[in-house]
Design a protein around this ligand. Sequence first.
Ligand code: HEC
Ligand code: HEC
Length: 427
Amino acid sequence: MNKKISLLWAVICVSILLLVLSLATVSANDADPLSPTEQLGKSIFFDENLSINNNQSCASCHMPEVGFTGPDSSINAGGAVYEGSIADRFGDRKPPSAAYATVSPIFHQDKSGLFLGGNFWDGRATGEVLGNPAADQALGPFLNTVEQALSDSACVVYRVCEPVPNYPVSFEEVWGAGSCDIAWPELIETTCATEGTTVALSSEDRTKSDMAYGNIGLSIAAYEDSPEVNAFSSKYDQTFGGKVKLNKEEQRGYALFRGKGMCHRCHISNGQQALFTDFSFDNLGLPQNPENPAGVAPDFVDPGLGGFLMNAGYDEDVYLAEWGKHKVPTLRNVDKREDADFVKAFGHNGYFKSLESIVHFYNTRDVKDVCPGDYTEAEALAADCWPVPEVLENVNTDELGDLGLTSEEEANIVAFLKALSDGYLSD
Ligand code: HEC
Ligand code: HEC
């Protein structure tokens, strides 16, 4: 190669390099970059190897594109419960959004005795272990036999630490050199691929592994608390910058949401950081979802908060007063989906398949006839009735059931709910 040509090549190579670098900077500036802990949590959140059959991650049931809930339209359209890593095993509840879960306070009772906070529909991830309900929550699914189904928390630690997963930021970079320094037994791969097994560790290594497992929970919670997940970037949020305005229909919906519809009483809607929940628990009298595999089991009812309190050893008069109550979910991203045909499910058991129908239920639960059987949402709408509540005790009749909204007013509320999806572009 003569000198001129090689010089030309050098110039071309350098310019390509510069171009690549500048593109990389532009894309990194697109959103707030994640901190190392948040990035680690993100890698863990999306890692399918952290399940017994290497086929399921947190994101499998909490996908960003659909507001961090279940990403399978056909599942949502039916039972709305997701299969675990082991085939044919299902939970009995619809995945709530994993976004905005970190802002829930630690589970507690206020002065008046009202239960508040925690994660899960029944609040049982209290936040008392790691100081944040979402961090406590994150330790559950890996070991839940109907979810990721690993049999020992040490397997999660091993798979995060050891075979050097393809994470941009490693566990030791965040939690300290040596934090993965554990003497793993030789057959750990087999042990972790088998149900009901325990990894044999010295007590010192067990302590280390437990510590690392807690830090895995904290890393996930850091990601869930990052601006990438709790984005506050919906059309509603952007109205506070002054550049964006809700249209007429959305404005009317917002007024109804706070007024005649009484939604604001539980889904608090004040200001840009509004979370659209007060973190309390209520029984709305949702019907059972007959397509939910648990729903078809004889006598199954979901006791919600009452069930958790019973298992936690509260007195009968305390837990019976909470029987059938579920946590008020955030309404942020409630409509978020990639295309209009995608079906989302609403409510703890996913009974409702559209925002129109759940708002119609709030409006008419106590007005329509009772369906003569376990009707699905579609059957109930066709027959113009609502089935009996899944749990008859503690049904809230003060704030919903007969709101007297016209169908136009129902539509306005739905229009407002659709303005709560993150990622709204203002230009
Ligand atoms: C097989 C599906 C599935 C997998 C896998 C899964 N989840 Fe969930 N998730 C659910 C369901 C169902 C619930 C509600 C369960 C309940 O209330 O008892 C839930 C609840 C949650 C909540 C509570 C939200 C709130 O507001 O209370 C968070 C946060 C969450 N999951 C995050 C995660 C993380 C982190 C992982 C991975 C470690 C994960 N999930 C794995 C299905 C799944
Ligand atoms: C008394 C408190 C209360 C009031 C008032 C209330 N909600 Fe709710 N909302 C809840 C609770 C609790 C749930 C979960 C119930 C369940 O799953 O059993 C819920 C669930 C929802 C869901 C499903 C979200 C999801 O992710 O599954 C939507 C949508 C919703 N509410 C919208 C509204 C609208 C619109 C109004 C006003 C017309 C309203 N709510 C009034 C407490 C309330």
